[in-house]
Design a protein around this ligand. Structure first.
Ligand SMILES: O=C(O)[C@@H](O)C(=O)CO
Ligand SMILES: [Mg+2]
Length: 251
């Protein structure tokens, strides 16, 4: 079975943020991810990680997203200064939190100029922080209309042009299914360049087992690919308590 991590921005939201770490550890998770840990000082999140023996897999850049601001500036021509100052801020958090990965969000944009800008900005971030591993993640246009990185082919093209060893692909079974209609086919095609995976059923983004993706088959394929990264549970539980939604881990 793959190594599962818990996304604490979507799981355990029935609990206050700092209590989610203990709940995840009690459920057996050894690693977590937090999309936007910027509302609290980094040391608060660090304390919660240490107290519960948890590794931090991933945070997102830039802050914030769910509060209604733009989901990134990386592909927006003219916003380079904003992009760079956001990355510097995220790296200050990363100094304290030591996330394995930072997911850089493209923002809303379209066309060849946006792609050129995205490539340049990713190269800048990769060279500015050469020991940090970065990811990009295609998001589906129903959940994120107008988001630049909305396709895995496009992500592969961008990564080829960026050509930096510390910028790679983040796979999300929910988005992959919503974009391309088949999460498994996208895993099979792009797995050699995937350094981080997230899972959620489609189309309703609830726990694996429901929906149109065959997760038993997907987990077998992840193992067969020799993938050694984390597979993060990033879904909205259909149950009141997240702990009641974890049956899929025993598949
Ligand atoms: O899939 C998602 O929505 C996330 O992984 C994300 O980073 C968007 O904020
Ligand atoms: Mg995701």
């Amino acid at each position: 079975m793959p190594k599962f991590a818990a996304n604490l921005s979507l799981l355990y939201t029935e609990l206050p943020y700092l209590e989610r770490f203990q709940a995840a550890a009690e459920a057996g998770f050894k690693a977590v991810e937090v999309l936007f840990p910027y509302e609290l000082a980094a040391k608060e999140t660090r304390r919660a990680l240490l107290a519960n023996g948890l590794e931090l897999v991933l945070i997102n850049a830039p802050p914030p997203n769910y509060t209604g601001a733009e989901p990134g500036y990386a592909a927006i021509p003219g916003a380079e200064a904003r992009f760079q100052s956001d990355i510097r801020r995220v790296l200050r958090y990363a100094d304290v939190l030591q996330p394995k990965l930072i997911h850089i969000m493209s923002g809303y944009a379209t066309g060849p100029e946006a792609q050129d800008c995205f490539v340049r900005n990713l190269q800048w971030a990769a060279d500015f922080a050469p020991t940090q591993q970065f990811t990009i993640e295609p998001l589906n246009p129903i959940s994120q209309p107008g988001y630049f990185l909305s396709d895995y082919e496009l992500a592969a093209q961008v990564l080829d042009r960026v050509s930096r060893p510390n910028v790679s692909l983040q796979y999300d079974s929910f988005h992959a299914h919503m974009i391309h209609g088949d999460a498994q086919a996208i895993w099979d095609r792009f797995c050699p360049r995937i350094v981080h995976a997230q899972i959620g059923a489609a189309p309703n983004r609830s726990e694996p087992r429901s929906g149109e993706t065959n997760f038993e088959r997907l987990f077998r394929a992840i193992d067969a690919a020799g993938y050694s990264g984390w597979v993060s549970a990033e879904y909205t539980p259909s149950t009141k308590r997240t702990s009641d939604s974890l049956g899929w881990m025993q598949m």
